[in-house]
Design a protein around this ligand. Structure first.
Ligand code: PMP
Length: 427
């Protein structure tokens, strides 16, 4: 095997977990797509900030000054991370779901929204009403471009928004964002990119892709939970009512007797009511900086080598059927979903955990339409799949252990007895 590429270290690399037979083994976290482990650099930066965090934009004390500076620096880092225009707003949110819901609430009246139906629920569900056009995801990127063109031609007059996912959380496949954005542009439509799955693996450039908004989550980007961002055009966000109302979103409040007169702040503060999550924003920014500084070439090399190893290993598991939107050869990040004939996904996930110390995801991945359709396409009877996802915390040993575990599960079945407890297989 090729020598491992040096990548930024994550915490928990030496975590050991108990197995059903009483042994302990090193934990193999093969669920990076759900939440990635924290970078050591992020942990250290958070540790340094903890004594200093205080109210942002509100206090005159030294700690408040430090926190305000750190928070605004984090905003600048996020802007740079996605190559945003100087005029773009960078709004801190809780995660991608929050970012997309914020944008949905800020759309001008009568905006037509066009999207593919295989989106993650976070991108599929926030848009409501008769002007939402759902396109059945075609089997090739070229057909997706044509289908978007047709859908946009059928939209009513008025503002338009195209919702695109950069990389699928079910199959890892990378969408042809630049080509789709070009179609959107021709129709005068804006584009929001759900970058939750792409941002941890590849550089994102709003200007090169020619998209209008990017949504992402810190916890998928090797930072802890609680911080995400919506980055993009300020005009709609400035024209909309605040996402939440309260302190921070207000420039001024006056008592007009029978009611209150409120002047809302401009973005980003307009949509950041309440005390900001300065530690989360800093963690997210340090993660972005660490990845950028280390370089996407090395990160890509590490992930490509492991993905190759994973896919060639999985090809040796009898009865395994891989899921894909655009075909197995399509470019993807380190996410692979599959079903195995005669082995229930939930049981397989339980066995991998209890007997091998491997964490994977099973189910429909908050993308029920996509997962069920792709399972149907490979002729699976199950409604659930297994998903393995890799990243900076993954080693060749984790991948090899997974492949060996699946092969032995198919050949010999589970080593322990399992019962269903609250819908989960439990040894
Ligand atoms: N979009 C995609 C493609 C995702 O994979 C996820 C997370 N599974 C989300 C959106 C939502 O992210 P979050 O749960 O951090 O809001």
């Amino acid at each position: 095997a090729a020598a491992a590429v040096a990548v930024p270290p994550v915490v928990g690399a030496r975590l050991a977990v108990p197995l059903v037979d009483g042994r302990r083994v090193g934990y193999a976290n093969l669920d990076h797509a759900a939440s990635a482990p924290c970078l050591e650099a992020v942990r250290d930066a958070v540790d340094e900030l903890l004594p200093w965090y205080a109210s942002v934009h509100r206090g005159a004390g030294f700690a408040s000054q430090v926190s305000t500076k750190v928070y605004e620096q984090a905003r600048a880092v996020l802007r740079h991370f996605v190559g945003a225009r100087q005029s773009d707003a960078v709004v801190f949110t809780r995660n991608t779901t929050d970012s997309l819901n914020l944008l949905a609430k800020a759309l001008p009246k009568n905006t037509s929204v066009v999207l593919f139906d295989t989106e993650h629920h976070a991108a599929l569900l926030p848009w409501r009403g008769p002007r939402v056009h759902r396109i059945e995801t075609p089997a090739s990127p070229g057909d997706a471009v044509l289908a978007l063109d047709t859908a946009l031609s059928g939209c009513a007059v008025g503002p338009r928004l195209v919702v695109l996912t950069a990389a699928s959380n079910v199959t890892g496949e990378i969408w042809p964002v630049a080509a789709l954005a070009e179609v959107a542009r021709r129709h005068g439509a804006r584009v929001v990119l759900d970058a939750a799955q792409l941002a941890p693996h590849r550089p994102i450039d709003i200007r090169a892709l020619d998209v209008d908004y990017v949504a992402l989550s810190g916890h998928k980007l090797y930072a802890p939970f609680g911080a995400g961002a919506l980055i993009g055009r300020a005009d709609w966000l400035n024209a909309a009512d605040p996402y939440l109302v309260g302190g921070g979103a207000t420039a001024q409040v006056v008592d007009w007797g029978d009611r209150l007169g409120v002047a809302w702040s401009k973005v980003p503060e307009r949509h950041e009511a309440g005390s900001p999550n300065v530690v989360g924003a800093h963690a997210l920014a340090v993660a972005c900086e660490t990845l950028t500084r280390h370089g996407w070439d090395a990160i890509g090399e590490h992930e490509r080598a492991l993905l190759r190893r994973l896919r060639s290993g999985l090809a040796t598991v009898p009865g395994l059927r891989g899921l894909s939107l655009f075909g197995p050869e399509h470019d993807r990040v380190g996410v692979v979903s599959f079903t195995i004939d005669g082995v229930e996904a939930g049981l397989a996930a339980a066995v991998l955990s209890a007997e091998h110390g491997i964490g994977v995801r099973d189910g429909a991945f908050c993308a029920h339409i996509a997962t069920r359709r792709l399972l149907g396409r490979v002729g699976a009877r199950e409604q659930r799949a297994l998903r393995v996802s890799i990243g900076l915390g993954t080693t060749a040993e984790h991948v090899d252990r997974l492949v060996a575990a699946l092969r032995s599960l198919v050949a010999d079945g589970p080593a322990a007895d399992y019962v269903l407890v609250d819908g989960r297989w439990t040894p």
